[in-house]
Design a protein around this ligand. Sequence first.
Ligand code: ZN
Length: 306
Amino acid sequence: MTSAARTVRVFRESGSRKRLLLDDGVRLLDLSAYLMQKGQPTDLLGLFEAGWFDAGQLNARLPAEDWDDWDEWTPVDIEWDGNAPPGVDVPIDPRDVGKILALGKNYRAHAEEFGEAVPAEPMFFNKLPETLVPHGVVVDVPAWYGGRFDHEAELAVVIGLGGRDIAVEDANEHVAGYTVANDLTLRSLQGSDREKRHPWFRAKNSDGTCPLGPCFVPRDFLDISDLRVTAQVGETLRQDASTRDLVVDVPHAIAALSRHLTLHPGDLILTGTPAGVGPLADGEVCTCAVAGIGELTTTVRRTSHG
Ligand code: ZN
């Protein structure tokens, strides 16, 4: 984190346009138009690789907050609520996501709600890129499944620079930026599979169980040391914690993972969920939020009678 504390949030439009839009804290700008004019890459990972998100570079390119002569930038004239413009896609193109690695029991109070201790070593499982869905969608619970289907609000890390055996002190260099994930979980199935000593795989990889978004925030524009992480269902605040309570912080997670496997640009790390996970009923709307990033809203549809 540099002194550059101004807001930078990048959205990727869905549908045929697929424009990148940039919220600079004052207005929404057409980032794709700017990049094309400058002959720059028009994908987030390419921009990271080109150093485009470094605070020094990006601050020099953005219009000043009180600047209304748009110069090289094209403002986007659409109605939006300040959280996300209508019709956003997953902020990182799922085709660029090789793997989603998730930390289990990484908030002490969440481990305790299952009567368990925090693992002595970081505990990881994985989700498939096929589980990714954007902000604002309806997720269908498999019709055969009548058990608990839980929300899990999480800070998600986007890897920008790959590597193996990454040292804790170098880990930050490998982060492109951050977004919000809802690690939706078939909790009852997870419990019964765990009793059979089967992996968590099925419980974590049903279609649509990784809502991600609404936007991407470049690393230099977010201090993640003390961010509020929440999940709200209807009027009820179910999860509410701070990233300062992470057992394994982001640099240590990157170091631990990269001792075992090579991280690649586009890989995602879900940093674990706070206490307060709970079931979602048919029609319920769950909003997972991380302060400084945004609110990720998902509606659940259940067709079973379980
Ligand atoms: Zn999780």
